[in-house]
Design a binder for this molecule. Structure first.
Ligand SMILES: [Zn+2]
Length: 425
């Protein structure tokens, strides 16, 4: 009989998200794997050793003498959220710019007066590694308290070799702390830096020849991302960046079809990208290409909502056409200062039309697949890391319904209780 050091039992709804390997698509996107009166048991190594009904799990495990038992009566229990797209390392805030945008000032007007992303680039270049680490650590604590146990962090506010490497070193330090678990992405091609405004190809050369090799040599990133957008990087420039990353073992990701339809999605599918993100302007041909691939569509409804974009990603058509959909906050200081996955689920239901169950799948197992972590996190299954969240809600359907609240009561990361508001039984 297997020994458990931690047991969560009597969950009104245990959403296991158990299912076949890989991202869930079509009808599977709505299968949360609900068990009534559910339980999940954790072993000394921080992985899940049993999951099922409380009766089944109680029969399958022997409690260690010092085991903790958490009674989740009346509550829903889910896997920790996976936030598959954030820009969580940066310096400076842009609340004033947010206020200007609310008054109708155009983003391009703000950018031309020195604001926008370039103000974050200036602040980030000026910040020390310690300052960046402290700011990001405090943001990650907020995310953890909202149930996020794994997140991706992109660079992209340095736009030079030194600062991009510094941002990724901060991400590595945060990863070493382990809670939440961090996956790093190089996004040197996030914007054109001021010194290359008239020489975009020259900056792409720098990214391909210097920044990617330097980051890969130090093992600082798993993915290479690019902002493929009109006025930023063309499809051809994006291809150069992603192919250079692939040559150094960095898997491709793209910011694609956010403000216009340019062709980034098709490029991503052609390069077997792990994910393509945003997709407000994705068309039916893009969806057909995605449906035939292993690439996950990551939607960022918080960014579209706060930018008051006229168009939202075609999430319903994606699910109908068998495209696997994931969700992320896009946490960044400009367009999405959002750190809450429960809020993001609410926005996904209200703004792009996902059902609560589809949004939960998108925020857990499919988001894990968008980070190539589908085999280790994103569901409550034996052998996976014990990232478990107890919600102060009777059902997962209440996550979007309690819009704007933080419903998280207890967070368990790799088998350890790291956020707690529940008494042990
Ligand atoms: Zn982004």
């Amino acid at each position: 009989m297997v020994v458990a050091t931690l047991l969560v039992e009597h969950a009104a709804e245990l959403a296991t998200l158990a299912g076949p390997p890989g991202p869930r698509r079509g009808a599977q996107q709505a299968e949360a794997g609900i068990v009534r009166d559910g339980a999940v048991a954790v072993g000394a190594d921080g992985s899940i050793v049993a999951v099922g009904s409380t009766r089944e799990v109680r029969r399958a495990v022997q409690l260690a003498p010092d085991a903790r038992v958490l009674d989740a009566t009346g509550r829903a229990v889910i896997p920790g959220f996976v936030d598959a797209h954030t820009h969580a390392v940066f310096a400076g805030q842009r609340a004033d710019e947010f206020a200007l945008r609310l008054q109708g000032h155009d983003y391009l007007e703000i950018l031309s007066s020195g604001g926008g992303i370039l103000s974050t680039v200036r602040a980030t270049r000026d910040a020390s590694e310690t300052q960046l680490r402290q700011a990001a650590f405090s943001a990650l604590s907020v995310m953890l308290a909202h149930g996020t146990t794994t997140l991706e962090i992109k660079s992209g506010y340095g736009l030079d070799r030194e600062t991009e490497v510094r941002m990724l070193r901060v991400a590595r330090d945060l990863c070493a702390r382990g809670r939440p678990h961090v996956v790093a992405t190089l996004l040197a091609a996030h914007a054109v830096p001021p010194e290359f405004q008239n020489d975009r190809d020259g900056y792409v050369d720098l990214v391909c020849r210097e920044i990617i090799p330097a980051v890969a040599r130090d093992g600082l990133a798993r993915f290479c991302d690019v902002f493929c957008e009109r006025g930023v990087f063309s499809v051809e420039q994006s291809r150069r960046v992603l192919e250079a990353g692939l040559a150094f073992g960095l898997a491709p990701k793209l910011h694609a079809e956010q403000k216009s339809h340019l062709g980034g999605t098709r490029l991503g599918v052609a390069l077997s990208a792990t994910s393509v993100d945003h997709l407000e302007y994705a068309d039916d041909d893009d969806l057909a290409a995605l449906a035939d691939s292993n690439t996950v569509a990551v939607l960022l409804p918080g960014a579209a909502f706060l930018l008051r974009e006229p168009r939202s990603a075609p999430a319903r058509r994606m699910i109908e056409r068998q495209v696997p959909v994931a969700l992320a906050t896009d946490y960044n200081p400009g367009t999405a200062p959002i750190r809450s996955m429960p809020l993001t689920i609410g926005l996904a239901c209200v703004c792009v039309g996902l059902t609560p169950a589809e949004a939960l799948v998108a925020a857990t197992i499919n988001a894990a697949c968008a980070l190539q972590l589908g085999e280790t996190v994103g569901s409550l299954e034996v052998g996976k890391r014990a990232d478990i969240v107890i919600l102060d809600l009777p059902s997962v359907t209440h996550i979007p319904y309690r819009f704007g609240e933080n419903p998280v009561q207890t967070v368990i990361a790799a088998g350890e209780v790291v956020v707690e508001a529940v008494k042990s039984a």
